[in-house]
Design a protein around this ligand. Sequence first.
Ligand SMILES: Nc1nc2c(ncn2[C@@H]2O[C@H](COP(=O)(O)OP(=O)(O)OP(=O)(O)O)[C@@H](O)[C@H]2O)c(=O)[nH]1
Ligand SMILES: [Mg+2]
Length: 361
Amino acid sequence: MAKNKEHSSALEEKAGMELSKSVSGPSAEKLKERRKQTPSASHLIDGIIHGDKTALSRAITLIESTADKHQSMAKKVIEACLPHANNSIRIGITGVPGVGKSTFIEQFGKILVKQNHKVAVLAIDPSSSLSKGSILGDKTRMEELVRESNAFIRPSASGDSLGGVARKTREAIILCEAAGFDTIIIETVGVGQSETAVHSMTDFFLLLKLAGAGDELQGIKRGIIEMADAIVINKADGENIKAAKLAKTEFNRALHLYPAKESKWEPRTLLCSAMLNEGIEEVGALIDEYVTKTKTNGYFSMKRKQQNKFWLIQTIENSIKSKFFNNSKVKSELEKQLKAIDANMTTPFQAAEKILNIAAE
Ligand SMILES: Nc1nc2c(ncn2[C@@H]2O[C@H](COP(=O)(O)OP(=O)(O)OP(=O)(O)O)[C@@H](O)[C@H]2O)c(=O)[nH]1
Ligand SMILES: [Mg+2]
């Protein structure tokens, strides 16, 4: 009985322990203030490595920022993440607007999450700088995937050149991998040069198509079909089924006409309905098959090395270009020479030589 008396009720307030004070106005303000501040690089690195999606998101925002202090912090974070990266399958998905990329990724992502994968979805959208929108800005079609704790969806960086967006996406891939995401999906709209950029940063390249519409109508160039490791005809449902089956046969036949790939992989055509969630698992199995084959024959790691070399050169080119055009002497000489061209006073080659000489001074 005496024991019971010692245990005072949890509801009893002891002197000096009033809860109200500890969550009072000033402390809450402090908390809010802390949240507003950019966390330190080490804080972000620690968070990312422990799989914290908020830290990952904040670090990607740093990558996207053009402010010098953010850029130098981003560099630190990326460097620290590099040793934890590389351990994933990177899948590029392209296709004309409306083909069903987002719907497909939502279904595919949910399947992967069910299989205990951690899925990150990033986007490359060269048009976003013009429209100020983003292909993933409209998240409604991934609303289920976005709620999964093992999924991370990030709209594309906007307001930049394709080269800039591509670099940021590549860096974001590294951070996602360091955060433990083992499947990285890059969505890009198949209308510009962005497919080439996506191809240069992914292991598997998937082209989503529609049955019935010709390639010219779908804005698909021959080069893109050549890059594809699989063609998936989406919307193979309802009245579309017959046309989709026909298209599958035609594409499979056409694919044989292309020269054999260095990967020794033979691209195939599949059918699916992202809307009805049909045929998606088969696409997943095909990707698995590709990964097994190319990891066994050494192509997988060779391709990644080639991509790294490509990005090394790209980075140097971009850096030289931006330094060159930001040089104030170059800027004023360029203006002068542009006027001279307008006035037919010089040739482009003479003008270029003058500007280059000024930069080299
Ligand atoms: N019938 C049918 N409709 C589909 C299918 N997949 C997507 N859709 C519809 O097609 C429309 C476009 O789908 P999205 O997933 O937004 O296409 P997207 O390729 O991501 O489009 P952008 O991001 O604008 O390039 C939506 O109305 C979808 O509901 C499908 O398998 N069958
Ligand atoms: Mg989309």
